[in-house]
Design a protein around this ligand. Structure first.
Ligand code: TLP
Length: 348
C-alpha cells in the first residue's frame, strides 16, 4: 500500500516541510539550565496563546497532565473527573503512581461535567479522608467523541471550585479544536482554569511535544516535577522549533478537519448497518456503532486496512475515526465508499 488513509488518531500527523526547516535551523542550548532559546521562545508564545503567566514544554500530553496533578495535589487527595477522561483511562494509572491520589469519577454521556454533580462530591479534609485536591476537565473530550464544554460551564465550575479552595486543571490536548468549535480563543477557554495542558503533536501537526501552562509559581514547581519524571530535556529546541511553526500555522487549518468529520458522520449515517448521530459530532473525533451490520468492529477495521484505510475498533461494536490535516475531504469520501462496499458485500 503506497499511502494509508489514517483515521486512527490526529497523533499520526507528520511534520510539514516548514517544521522540518525550522528544526534544521533551530538555535539550541541546555534547557535544564534554561538556556535553550527556542524552547524559551516557545514557552513564552504558548503561555500568551492560552493567556497564562508561564508555560513549560513537556514531551507528551500525558507528562503534562501528570505534572499538573502532582503540583496541584498532596498524596491521598481526591481528583474529581469524568470517568472516561484520558487521565483515568490512558495514563497508566499515573495519578496513583506519581501523585498518590485517587480519582473520584463521574459517569457522563457526553464527557462534560457541571457543578451540580461536582459540588456534591467535593469534600474537605477530615479524620477519615484527605478530601478533594483537584477537579480535572477534558476539553474537547476524546472518548465522548470530541465534545466541547459550553464556556459558561467551565466558568461556573471554576468559580465555585475556587470558592471551595479547589483548583481546576484542564486537559486541553485538543483546546484548539474546542476553540474552533466555539469560535473563541484558547485564552478565553483557559481563562477560568488554574492550569491547562495542550498538545502540539495532535491536530497542530508537530512531531513531538505538549505545553503545560499556568501561573509563574505553578510552572516553577512543574519544572521540578517534570525533571523528576525524567522529562528534563536538553537541546530540545529542535523540537520546540517545530512546535512554534505548528502553533503559528496550524490553528487556521482545524475548521477543515471539523468539516471533514461532519462529512464522515453524515455520510456514514446513510450506510446501512452503521449508527452514528452527526448532530453530536462537534470537532474532529467521531464514534460509530456497527452492531446492526452483523460485522464486528475489529473485523471491519481489519478489512478497511486491507483497502488502505486505518481506523481503530474500540470494542466489538464501536469504531473511532479522527480527522486531521493529513487526511483530505477526498480521502474521507474514499473511506466512506470502502466502508459501504465492505458492509454491502457482507449482507449479500
Ligand atoms: N490521546 C491518544 C490516545 O492516548 C488515546 C489519542 O489517540 O487520542 N489527553 C487527551 C484528551 C488525549 O486524547 C491524549 C492522547 C493525551 C492527553 C495524551 O497525549 P500524549 O499521547 O502526548 O501523551
Amino acid at each position: 500500500m503506497d499511502k494509508f488513509i489514517d483515521l486512527r488518531s490526529d497523533t499520526v500527523t507528520k511534520p510539514t516541510s516548514a517544521m522540518r526547516f525550522a528544526m534544521l535551523e533551530a538555535e539550541v542550548g541546555d534547557d535544564v539550565y534554561g538556556e535553550d532559546p527556542t524552547i524559551n521562545r516557545l514557552e513564552r508564545y504558548a503561555a500568551d496563546i492560552v493567556g497564562k503567566q508561564a508555560s513549560l514544554f513537556v514531551p507528551t500530553g500525558t507528562m503534562g497532565n501528570q505534572t499538573a496533578i502532582c503540583v496541584h495535589t498532596r498524596p491521598g487527595q481526591e481528583i474529581i473527573c469524568d470517568g472516561r477522561s484520558h487521565i483515568v483511562l490512558y495514563e497508566m494509572g499515573g495519578p496513583a503512581i506519581f501523585a498518590a491520589c485517587v480519582t473520584r469519577t463521574i459517569a457522563t454521556d457526553d464527557g462534560l461535567l457541571d457543578w451540580g454533580v461536582i459540588g456534591s462530591m467535593i469534600r474537605g479534609p477530615s479524620d477519615h479522608f484527605q478530601g478533594t485536591g483537584l477537579i480535572a476537565l477534558e476539553n474537547s473530550h476524546n472518548v465522548a467523541g470530541g465534545r466541547v464544554y459550553p464556556q459558561e460551564n467551565v466558568a461556573d465550575i471554576c468559580d465555585k471550585a475556587h470558592a471551595e479552595g479547589v483548583p481546576v486543571h484542564m486537559d486541553g490536548a485538543r483546546i484548539f479544536n474546542a476553540a474552533a468549535h466555539l469560535n473563541i480563543t484558547p485564552a478565553e477557554i483557559a481563562a477560568p482554569v488554574d492550569s491547562v495542558m495542550f498538545c502540539l503533536s495532535k491536530g497542530l501537526g508537530a512531531p513531538v511535544g505538549s505545553m503545560l501552562a499556568g501561573s509563574r509559581s505553578f510552572i516553577e514547581q512543574a519544572r521540578r516535577v517534570r525533571k523528576g519524571l525524567g522529562g528534563g530535556m536538553r537541546q530540545a529546541g529542535v523540537l520546540a522549533a517545530a512546535g512554534l511553526v505548528a502553533l503559528k500555522e496550524s490553528p487556521a487549518k482545524i475548521p477543515a478537519d471539523h468539516a471533514n468529520a461532519q462529512y464522515l458522520a453524515t455520510s456514514l449515517a446513510n450506510v446501512p448497518g452503521i449508527v452514528i448521530d452527526p448532530s453530536i459530532v462537534e470537532t474532529n473525533i467521531l464514534f460509530l456503532d456497527c452492531a446492526q451490520s452483523g460485522m464486528e468492529a475489529f473485523e471491519l477495521s481489519r478489512r478497511l486496512r486491507e483497502k488502505g484505510v486505518l481506523a481503530n475498533a474500540v470494542s466489538a461494536t464501536r469504531m473511532r475515526l479522527v480527522t486531521h490535516r493529513d487526511v483530505s475531504h477526498e480521502d474521507c469520501a474514499v473511506a466512506v465508499n470502502f466502508m459501504r462496499d465492505i458492509l454491502n458485500a457482507r449482507t449479500i
